[in-house]
Design a protein around this ligand. Sequence first.
Ligand code: ADP
Ligand code: ADP
Length: 212
Amino acid sequence: MRVGKSIILFGPPGAGKGTQSGLISSITGKPQVSTGDMLREAVKEGTDLGKSAQSYMENGLLVPDQVIMDLIRVRLTNDDADSGLLFDGFPRTLPQAMALEQLTEVEKVISLVVEDDEIVSRITGRRTDPVSGEIYHVVFKPAPPEVSGRLVQRNDDTEETVRKRLATFHQQTAPLSEYYRERGLLIEIDGSGDIKQVSASIGTVLEKDIGS
Ligand code: ADP
Ligand code: ADP
């Protein structure tokens, strides 16, 4: 089973992938698929898959490729996947990237480039609204007062775990940008500006592509 052309949103943890994914979905019409969100859901539900993934996630390590590919294959059976998806936080290893090629054609890879020190302040200040799923930041994107009382912090969003996740990213995931660059698919975007500036850069790149 193969689905339509897909887009990958690539970048280190905390680069702003989740924050920008709604914009990209609305421009391209491709539904967002976050393996991190799917794994957190499995952990919350206490499924076998969730139980096996939990310790990797808490320790800033990658969940084994086989587990991730099983999740993706199931997700692709949904009707909304037929015209392709927007992958957020996937693939994260070369074996995942190669397995994905059997399932869909990768149309482009939007890579958000952000320095490690900026990542640490973004992640330690990240908060999520459990009701809407909206992502906030204590300084960079404060929640409105009616929401602020119910915000939650992910238990892997501590400085210690972020450092481990960044090391994992540099070792196992960053080399994928070369892989996609060689294939002419990589679009690098400066992710260091504020949220609106990054959105504007993404909008420009996607509209240029659509126009061409
Ligand atoms: P972030 O973008 O902040 O790193 P995610 O929500 O994408 O967070 O991922 C949280 C955790 O889930 C990761 O640290 C990792 O343990 C696991 N994970 C998510 N996606 C993958 C993937 N594609 N391959 C392996 N592990 C993954
Ligand atoms: P990712 O999905 O890549 O892990 P998120 O979208 O969850 O990253 O963003 C991580 C944190 O940084 C969130 O608290 C978010 O509000 C904040 N953030 C996202 N983009 C920016 C930006 N351009 N400038 C400042 N903070 C940002």
